[in-house]
Design a protein around this ligand. Structure first.
Ligand code: PR8
Length: 470
């Protein structure tokens, strides 16, 4: 197990995020701390999607004949589908699939719902569990067989231009979401052989984990009319003709939380972005024999104040254990801001704050009228600092090369993302993957017109990204 893998497994257990001892491979239990992180993360995404999407909820089971209808799609998933074959003791007339994703659950219904051009665009999303019998090595949150928090959006449009625009909009939505979590990303168009089964093309978000391997943390797919034709989703135009719709879909999973844990964490444990931290502030009283009650009273008041005035998630830790033990624990759990209060601080109208991101203590003035705002602002600074730090590390891991040899050499030095020019040809791309023993993540907008492919010297329009991937 790599050093990072070991750290990751240990912290999931120690910080009580998930319990991996559930007796089915690739399926885990969310523990209360993890569930809180999951809930706050979800709330951020939902608030963004709710601006112009509507939330729906489809059944878990998909009839075999629907799943099998779209040939390319089903081919892509055939090795990953779990099947329900029995109801009690009776064998079912038709096998039912546990959704690996919901295109084939939703689109037969879309075909009933879309009637007229005025019904379009339609933008739906759902948050559900999906099941994929992954054959690659499973890892908690990163590659699971039950994705417990699959956030899938599906949109329907009248024209191809609108789907092009929707792909761009979805990329913007995900950028906004990852920015709030301080997760750096590269966005690229996946090569043909790695696109979503049934899509015209796939745009993916990749981040770099601490071991230098990239993790695909989100994808946006332009589905064109493939599914519309398979599931007969048509609309009546203003002039009375029937046309097939155009579609997109995009999704995120529990990997988002894996990336937050991995990227912001350090030797001391988790470091949670304030927006999703189960507790944003923890108050630790420093009690001596004398004046204990006064300190507790002060802390209780401060807790109430921060909750009511700034709507912060605050925990007042008045457990009867050593303060040092509490510090260790909250540090490991990644609480962004700790406040320590002893009798002398109260007398001097001072507070001691400790920022998890910088691991620095500061003595600040205690002004009851301004304290909530001050701490609220500090949390904002923590978010920004965490984001800047993560981006700086990410950017250091991206290197540009001019030859295959240089790419190989760079890859032996360190993982991360390597960029160069590539012609875009599939055989040439696979040859590069073979030579450098990495995966092509995808291509980005042209940056070097008139450049040549590093492998075959043919003209190259695109900057290409390669990396070792999860
Ligand atoms: C779609 N359909 O399904 P996608 N464990 C954890 N995360 C995973 C796993 C796994 N086994 N497999 C995929 N992901 C489209 C879009 C509806 C929504 C994560 O797309 O198959 C990856 O981050 O690309 C992936 O980018 C995301 O789910 C969406 O899955």
């Amino acid at each position: 197990m790599s050093e990072f893998s070991e750290w990751f497994h240990n912290i999931l257990e120690e910080a009580e995020i998930i319990d991996t001892r559930y007796p089915i491979k690739g399926m885990h239990v969310w523990l209360p701390q993890g569930f809180k992180i999951r809930k706050h993360t979800l709330n951020i995404l939902k608030a963004i999607l709710d601006e112009d999407h509507e939330e729906v909820l489809f059944p878990l089971l998909i009839p075999e004949d629907e799943l099998a209808k779209e040939a390319i799609h089903v081919k892509g998933f055939e090795e990953e589908v779990y099947w329900v074959t029995h109801g009690g003791l009776s064998e079912l007339n038709e096998k039912l699939a546990l959704r690996p994703t919901s295109e084939t659950a939703m689109y037969p219904m879309f075909s009933l719902w879309v009637r007229n051009h005025s019904d379009l665009p339609m933008k739906y999303y759902q948050v559900v569990n999906t099941f994929r019998y992954e054959t690659k090595h499973t890892r908690p949150l990163i590659r699971v067989r039950e994705i417990t928090t699959f956030k899938e959006a599906h949109t329907v449009h009248a024209t191809a231009e609108e789907t092009e625009q929707q792909v761009k909009d979805a990329v913007k939505i995900y950028k906004k979401f990852f920015d709030m979590l301080g997760i750096p990303y590269s966005v690229s168009k996946r090569p043909e052989w790695d696109k979503f089964p049934g899509a015209l093309y796939t745009v993916a978000f990749d981040t770099i984990m601490p071991d230098g391997k990239t993790l695909q943390i989100g994808t946006v797919h332009n589905l064109g009319q493939t599914f519309a034709k398979t599931f007969d989703i048509t609309y009546e135009t203003a002039t009375g003709e029937h046309e097939y719709v155009y579609q997109t879909c995009y999704g995120l999973s529990d990997r988002v939380i894996a990336s937050v844990i991995g990227i912001h964490g350090d030797k001391s444990g988790l470091c949670m972005p304030p927006d999703i931290a189960p507790y944003q502030v923890v108050i630790v009283p420093i009690i001596f024999k004398k004046g204990g009650e006064e300190v507790l009273e002060f802390c209780r008041n401060l807790e109430e104040k921060l909750k009511s005035e700034a709507n912060l998630r605050v925990y007042f830790d008045d457990r009867d254990i050593r303060a040092g033990k509490k510090y260790y624990e909250w540090e490991m759990r990644g609480v962004p801001l700790r406040i320590e209060i002893g009798p002398r601080d109260i007398q001097n109208k001072k507070l001691v704050t400790y920022r998890r991101d910088t691991q620095e203590k500061e003595i600040i003035d205690y002004n009851p009228l301004a304290i909530s705002e001050t701490l609220f602002e500090t949390l904002g600074e923590i978010s920004l600092n965490m984001k800047d730090k993560a981006w700086a590390t990410f950017e250091k891991c991206i290197r540009s090369v001019d030859s295959i040899e240089e790419a190989e050499e760079e890859m032996t030095k360190a993982n991360g993302i390597i960029t160069f020019n590539w012609c875009g040809n599939e055989d040439c791309g696979k040859d590069i993957e073979e030579k450098v023993k990495v995966a092509i993540l995808g291509v980005q907008e042209p940056d070097n017109e008139n450049s040549t492919c590093i492998n075959c010297d043919k003209p190259s329009k695109h900057r290409t990204l390669i990396a070792k991937t999860y």
